[in-house]
Design a protein around this ligand. Structure first.
Ligand code: HEM
Length: 392
């Protein structure tokens, strides 16, 4: 069985995952020499297994990446295992602690003309690709001109965290890495709250100031990348399933909790990150099959979220299901997403804002197309027609 496919080429990825889910054990892809884990319990077991490691960055990528791009990659929480991971994760966590969703309403308000009865917007381009990164940049005190440069150029850096990079993607990374690095680094040094994080990392890990600054800069850039990619996916997917929010629940429209439950169920039912990778640091046995040391494993998080062994009627959308918080869209274990709560609150607040202001929310496209990516299912475009503004 061939495990990997481009999300742009498949209408219903979940249909393909069913084949993996009916098997009792892992699936071996002979052509690509990969294991695939589909069951919820197998994925959770592997995410917590100390010998299931984050795959190292390919040596051939390091030959092509500029010095600055390699410096960032070598310090990112997302791309490294112990001992670098501990410093990187602590740094990313300290940076994310100062991020909040306070600006969601004012950002969304600024997008739409006042007193409009009907408005058409490009949701992915104007909101999903912008809002999360703007929230991060404003919470970390960036000046408008620096923030604009980062927002305009971050797309070129996104393939830095991909397992496979083409030559042209590496060229794009190298084109912007130096400038984004120096803007971010200078800003951290000049801001008292951010530079306090350098001191904290330096003291906690007995590290010189310059190294601690490198960790802070690299991980803040990592946060920019992840807020542009995965967070764009959740802001898109919460729109695609809005018609599934039950009318009786919509009545409770002021309840933030309903929106949080709705977003959580969207993440289970149709999360943007379809899989993550691991490499076996030693032989690992899963249900009588042995992943040999050095072999790669694809953990299909999106399939695990549709495992009937864990979620009753998994293909049914139900924002009130009792265990939707057990979804694994944010991973689990030592590499679990640090921005899970931020992402859920941001998406919940966005949907609350939208449904409170517009009586009708229509998606114009009959068929949504997806970016040509393997691990992320990201809608390319969602055109929204918003009608009848509600004044509140
Ligand atoms: C502002 C938005 C986001 C930021 C800043 C962010 C940041 C991060 C960071 C720093 C990590 C690495 C943690 C570590 O290795 O210790 C991570 C991991 C992860 N994130 Fe996020 N994230 C964001 C949004 C999302 C969203 C919306 C999703 C999916 C719904 C997601 C899914 C994941 C997954 C699955 C992992 C674990 C990967 C693995 O174990 O291999 N993230 N995230």
């Amino acid at each position: 069985m061939q495990l990997l496919f481009l999300q742009s080429e498949i209408n219903d990825s979940f249909f393909l995952y069913k084949e993996g889910l009916i098997e009792d054990s892992l699936i071996w892809d002979e052509d690509n020499q990969l294991w695939g884990a589909y069951r919820y319990d197998h994925i959770s077991y592997l995410l917590h297994h100390p010998a299931a490691l984050i795959p190292p960055i390919k040596q051939e990528d390091f030959y092509l990446l500029s010095q600055t791009a390699s410096k960032i990659a070598n310090r990112l929480a997302r791309l490294n295992g112990p001992p670098i991971h501990e410093v990187a994760r602590t740094t990313a966590n300290l940076l994310l602690n100062i991020v909040n969703t306070e600006m969601v309403d004012s950002f969304l308000g600024g997008l739409l003309p006042n007193n409009c009865v009907e408005v058409k917007i490009d949701w992915v381009g104007q909101v999903a690709k912008q809002l999360p990164l703007h929230l991060i940049l404003s919470a970390t005190f960036f000046e408008k001109s620096d923030a604009e440069f980062i927002v305009h150029n971050i797309e070129s850096l996104t393939s830095l965290i991909s397992a496979v990079k083409t030559k042209s993607q590496i060229d794009r990374i190298n084109d912007v890495a130096d400038r984004i690095y120096s803007i971010t680094s200078d800003h951290i040094i000049s801001n008292p709250i951010l530079s306090e994080i350098i001191n904290e990392i330096s003291a906690s890990f007995n590290m010189n100031h310059e190294d601690a600054l490198d960790y802070c800069t690299s991980n803040l850039i990592g946060i920019f990348i992840q807020s542009y990619e995965a967070a764009r996916g959740i802001l898109s997917n919460v729109l695609l399933h809005l018609d599934k929010l039950k009318p009786e629940n919509k009545i409770a429209i002021c309840e933030q909790q309903i929106y949080v439950q709705y977003v959580t169920e969207v993440l289970r039912f149709d999360g943007p990150v379809h899989y993550t990778r691991r490499i076996a640091g030693e032989d690992i046995v899963v249900n009588n099959r042995t992943i040999q040391k050095g072999q790669s494993i694809i953990l299909f998080l999106a399939a695990g979220n549709r495992d009937a062994r864990k979620f009753k009627n998994p293909d049914q959308f139900d924002e009130c299901r009792s265990n939707n918080t057990s979804m694994i869209s944010f991973g689990s274990g030592i590499h679990a997403c640090l921005a899970a709560q931020f992402s859920i609150q941001m998406a919940a607040q966005t949907i609350k804002w939208l449904t409170r202001r517009f009586r009708q929310i229509h998606i114009v496209e009959n068929k949504i197309s997806f970016e040509p990516l393997y691990n992320l299912r990201l809608p390319k475009q969602i055109t929204l027609l918003l009608k009848e503004k509600i004044t509140i």
